[in-house]
Design a protein around this ligand. Structure first.
Ligand code: GLY
Ligand code: MN
Ligand code: MN
Length: 438
């Protein structure tokens, strides 16, 4: 069986279990359609429903839908309108077409006519802000129990999904190297962003999220994307968090560079060591929360060794000091979505795992299992809004912190496939290692 055949069989089995457990026998998954801006006739970039691309790698055919009834072959209604204003995305002949019944439609009414009474018995999953979708009579719209069941099981990736993420990481790593070279050549943030896109012949809307392209102090702004058009007089540091998509699957990679050797280059090396040390702790059975805390302790050790904060790693963590420098979560599931779903689900019945108020931004609390894919992305930044809470505290070496501020901060982010017994795969490092100029 090919890996895609195995994938679609798994998706089908997961839908069978989810539909049966939640009282449905069929589902209509709508691909979605572009939203038009307020008082305007221009559409925002279209993003396909992730549960649509879970079945088939068709990303740019809005108004399409998949009808699936338990135990039957899925029916794909591929929307190809007669429209002389717009080009239509080509849908190449691919393996998925052998596994579905393909019905090409040029009007949505042709799908509802084909479905007839079946529509009223189906659960609907998708966006329904537009007509005629908003008026379709279905059994239920986006039932939470069905969605929770599907989201819980999506955490375990099929081998086809992992192959796609390997390819996405290779694309993103290629673009990262072009961005790195542009930084060392003295480019502005906007020029670096363009170098990234050009390296993989992508447009901005084809990336999974807004790239973070940050020189100097901007590295401390966690989601910085206001690219400056002029290069600063001195570009001391560069933090880039940028990804790529392959067949609808995401890469999410961060790297940080220092222009010169010295204090900031040493800090990057120490954070890289802390991230690598954590990777060796990942194995089935441990909770992701434990990994997050363990990473805090390693960052607390770096804070102590570099003289930013006084005390042992434990005391720096226990007093909440490390959270002022590392405020975000260790990482998140990744797959069809960059922040893939289900990180808080305790089971497929929709129960959730209680969050720890000490770590409000941690998106993943599940136990680690073989087949999961998640990011590991420790950071250390000078975020003045967070440091204000510690003003006047002599455990903090404010002079040393002032020395770091002009560099922004450090983040290093890889995506990890969990293997049995800690036999993990680092999709990101493997991708960089496969490129000649890494
Ligand atoms: N690039 C978004 C994140 O790292 O979560
Ligand atoms: Mn991430
Ligand atoms: Mn990222």
């Amino acid at each position: 069986m090919s890996s895609y055949a195995n994938h679609i069989a798994t998706v089908q089995a997961r839908f069978d279990a989810a539909l049966t457990a939640t009282g449905f026998d069929s589902v209509l998954i709508y691909a979605g359609q572009p939203r038009v801006a307020f008082l305007d006739d221009n559409a925002a970039p279209y993003k396909v429903n992730p549960l649509f691309k879970y079945w088939i790698p068709v990303l740019e055919s809005p108004k399409s839908a998949i009808y699936y009834k338990v135990g039957e072959k899925p029916v794909v209604f591929l929307f190809q309108p007669r429209d002389f204003w717009h080009a239509q995305a080509e849908v190449p002949h691919e393996e998925w077409q052998q596994h579905v019944e393909l019905v090409v439609i040029d009007e949505q009414e042709k799908m509802t006519a084909w479905l007839g009474d079946k529509l009223a018995a189906a659960a609907f999953i998708g966006e329904d802000f537009a007509e005629p979708v908003a008026s379709w009579q279905v059994k239920a719209r986006n039932p939470q129990a069905l969605i929770d069941h599907l989201h819980f099981h999506r955490a375990i990736k099929t081998s086809w999904e992992i192959e796609n993420m390997r390819a996405a990481n290779k694309l993103a790593a290629t673009a990262h190297l072009a961005a790195r070279d542009a930084f060392f050549a003295g480019a502005s943030e906007l020029e670096i962003h363009h170098a990234y896109l050009a390296a993989i012949a992508a447009r901005e809307t084809q990336l999974p999220y807004n790239s973070i392209v940050a020189l100097n102090e901007h590295g401390a702004i966690l989601h910085y994307d206001m690219y400056q058009t002029k290069a600063p007089a001195q570009a001391r540091s560069f933090l880039i968090d940028a990804g790529a998509l392959y067949k609808g699957y995401c890469a999410d990679i961060t790297r940080t560079y220092a222009r010169e050797s010295g204090f900031f280059a040493d800090l990057i090396a120490a954070m890289d060591d802390a991230q690598q040390a954590l990777l060796s702790e990942i194995k089935p059975g441990i909770s992701y929360y434990q990994l997050h805390v363990s990473q805090h302790l390693k960052i607390a050790q770096v804070l102590s060794e570099f003289g930013f904060v006084k005390g042992s790693a434990e005391s720096i963590y226990e007093q909440g000091y490390s959270s002022a420098f590392f405020p975000h979560g260790l990482g998140h599931f990744i797959g069809l979505q960059v922040h893939d779903v289900g990180g808080f689900l305790a089971n497929d019945r929709g129960d959730t795992i209680a969050r720890d108020p000490r770590h409000p931004f941690l998106r993943l609390l599940r136990e680690v299992e073989a087949g999961q894919v998640f990011t590991i992305e420790p950071g250390l930044y000078v975020v003045d809004q967070l440091l204000e809470a510690h003003a006047g505290n002599n455990d903090f070496n404010w002079q040393r912190i002032d020395e770091l501020r002009p560099y922004g901060g450090v983040r290093i982010e890889d995506s990890i496939v969990v293997g049995e017994d800690g036999n993990n795969e680092n999709l990101t490092r493997d991708a960089f290692a496969s490129l000649a100029n890494h």
